[in-house]
Design a binder for this molecule. Structure first.
Ligand code: NI
Length: 157
């Protein structure tokens, strides 16, 4: 496993829509392994492939000491609302409030292509929503209730 460079806001790769993963091969496994070590090396709760410059629909998360890889994730159900402060390895030290669903169900594939669904509440739901947004070129600062404060501080969009 190797760590990869995390792209920062301003890099146009972060704003592109990622393509579905079609090949569940060694290249994907290497990417996922590298994403895992990159996430842990940076104390992140999640990381999406576009954050390391790969425009494919793959994310890794670690919430409540549960590590999960989600390939081609699709949120198929959401319930309730929850507001908490979020941060992002691609944004830097700014943290701000974002409204997310309280509970979600996501459909995805594992690294071998097998489909599964996962239901999560609170931080697990939030983290999955945040990472899935990355696959569509969306950053939490776009949805942040404290966006004006971020911009006042000179934050980039
Ligand atoms: Ni992020």
């Amino acid at each position: 496993m190797a760590t990869r460079k995390v792209l920062l806001v301003g890099d146009e790769s972060l704003r592109k829509k990622s393509k579905p993963v079609k090949d569940f091969d060694e290249e994907l496994w290497q990417l996922l392994d590298d994403m895992k070590s990159t996430m842990y090396a940076n104390d992140g709760m999640g990381l999406a492939a576009p954050q390391v410059g790969i425009l494919r629909r793959a994310i890794v998360i670690d919430v409540n000491n549960m590590f999960v890889e989600l390939i081609n994730p699709e949120i198929i159900k959401q319930e309730g609302k929850d507001v908490e402060k979020e941060g992002c390895l691609s944004v830097g030290s700014f943290r701000g409030r974002v409204e997310r669903p309280y509970k979600i169900t996501v459909k995805a594939q594992d690294r071998f292509g097998y489909p599964f669904t996962l239901t999560g509440e609170k931080w697990l739901a939030r983290c999955i929503c945040h990472e899935v947004d990355h696959l569509d070129g969306v950053l939490f600062i776009d949805k942040c209730l404290d966006k004006q404060q971020y911009i006042k501080q000179g934050g980039r969009i």
